[in-house]
Design a protein around this ligand. Structure first.
Ligand code: ACO
Length: 431
């Protein structure tokens, strides 16, 4: 970030206030209002942060108009096509692609941390069997701070590193065990001879009664889903992690906060909501009815998997996901999948509709991911946990970046107060 000679001038009550303009390596210039209150006694107002940069970052960049997503400069389609999840994790965490030796060392470190403290089983067993796996994940990840005391000191870089590896490594085990607990099957322990995605599939679908062979094509598709969800700059859950961390909270508490935020249907919960919507539509002839509902201002219904705060063009992850959906269904011999037919026709009709075109609403990553996950055998309730485990590396990378910044401060937004001004307390008998 460089400070340009250029400044913006704000005229206020006869005073002229110079605001520096900061220049990013990509994206729009940023007006620096940090000293605005001290200089002019006013706040800025931006609910939902539509025009506000909450931090500086070197990790991920999105060009919403072009439909471009870069991790440390590398386009997501290249990473999804040529790389794999753990390599992308390394890139996000440390800033550069690893050498072969660095990658092997990193993969070994992650693999050796996939087991959970045995006592954590009892924590799982405290939940009702019908608990949503996201509810279990929020609880269990928060509880990690009670099990891994030796990696909660955020001022110790080594402990920060251990916490990062633990979170990335254990999250698939936690998600898989939440699933197993939910379905009433025994927990399956991780295995060190399997890659990250195969291990997760095995922990989800193996049972002690028989051998489980991981299908390499499904494992590749799973890995691609992890890769496509790995990071997405300052979205709601990542900003939640950063805000929680700004108070000095421990890493496990911060990531649990991120998981809680991700759960909402406007964010990570959209993939579950999207598949449920596609099933509710059921057949292509009902699409116009649902499109009409999405356009009706008096109906709260929205087309799930459509629209994005930043992308005003195709979400590049959706393009890869659509290809992947075709490949996976083809592999599994699921021809003429009715939900995929509805999805493709809905996408076509929505894109031709001026409402969606004018508002620049395009399919997002969630539009096709649910179809793949369901074909793999996951129930809809597992879609958001899979998103959470994929996004853990993004949360952790952003958390580490924030802590390493010597200028970081507690996040404490201001407000536009519209309530009562000072008034005297009235005794109950006089109200
Ligand atoms: N269906 C119908 N109309 C929509 C949709 C949609 N999916 N998305 C946005 N709009 C309309 C809004 O009604 C609004 O119309 P208006 O200007 O006439 O009031 C306009 O488009 C802008 O929408 P906002 O909600 O103001 O945009 P915002 O950036 O706040 O919201 C969001 C983005 C939350 C993703 C929204 O598009 C949405 O709810 N989409 C459906 C849920 C979804 O798929 N979420 C996944 C996001 S990606 C992710 O988290 C991985």
């Amino acid at each position: 970030m460089t400070e340009k000679c250029k400044t913006a001038t704000l005229q206020l009550d006869g005073k002229s206030i110079e605001l520096p303009i900061l220049s990013p390596t990509a994206g729009p210039d940023v007006l620096d209002v940090r000293k605005l209150y001290a200089q002019a006694g006013v706040f800025t107002y931006d609910p939902g942060y539509t025009s506000t940069a909450s931090c500086d970052s070197t990790i991920t960049f999105i060009d919403g108009d072009k439909g471009e997503l870069l991790h440390r400069g590398y386009p997501i389609d290249q990473l999804a096509g040529k790389s794999h999840y753990l390599e992308v994790c390394y890139l996000l965490l440390y800033g550069e692609l690893p050498t072969a030796v660095e990658l092997e060392d990193f993969e070994t470190r992650v693999t050796r941390h996939t087991m959970l403290h045995e006592q954590m089983q009892y924590f799982f067993r405290g939940f009702r069997r019908d608990a949503h796996p996201m509810a279990i994940m929020v609880g269990v990840v928060g509880a990690m701070s009670a099990f891994y005391h030796d990696s909660t000191d955020i001022n110790d870089p080594w402990q920060r590193e251990v916490a990062s590896i633990r979170l990335i490594a254990k999250m698939p085990t936690i998600a898989a065990w939440a699933f197993k607990y939910h379905t009433g099957q025994p927990f399956v322990y991780p295995r060190n001879d399997l890659d990250f995605a195969s291990n997760f599939l095995r922990m989800c679908f193996a049972v002690p009664a028989e051998e489980y062979e991981v299908n390499p094509i499904l494992s590749r598709a799973m890995d691609r889903i992890f890769t496509l969800h790995a990071d997405h700059e300052q979205n709601a859950s990542t900003s939640t992690v950063r805000l929680a961390s700004s108070s000095g909270a421990n890493p496990f508490a911060c990531i649990a906060a991120g998981i809680a935020c991700l759960w909402g249907p406007a964010h990570g919960g959209a993939n579950q909501a999207c598949l449920e919507m596609l099933k509710e539509i059921g057949t292509p002839d009902r699409i116009p009815e649902f499109i009409a509902r999405a356009k009706d201002k008096n109906d709260p219904f929205r087309l799930m998997g459509f629209g994005h705060r930043v992308y005003k063009n195709f979400d590049p992850r959706a393009t890869v996901m659509k290809q992947s959906a075709d490949e996976v269904l083809d592999l599994l011999g699921i021809e003429d999948n009715p939900i995929l037919q509805v999805a493709k026709e809905l996408e076509k009709q929505a894109l031709e509709d001026p409402y969606f075109a004018d508002k620049k609403l395009f399919p997002n990553v969630d539009f096709y991911s649910g179809i793949i996950l369901e074909a793999m055998g996951f129930p809809t309730s597992m879609f958001t946990p899979i998103f959470a485990l994929s996004r853990t590396v993004g949360w952790v990378s952003q958390w580490k970046e924030q802590l390493a910044d010597p200028a970081h401060k507690i996040g404490r937004p201001r407000q536009l107060y519209l309530g009562e001004t000072t008034r005297d307390y009235v005794d109950i008998e006089n109200r």
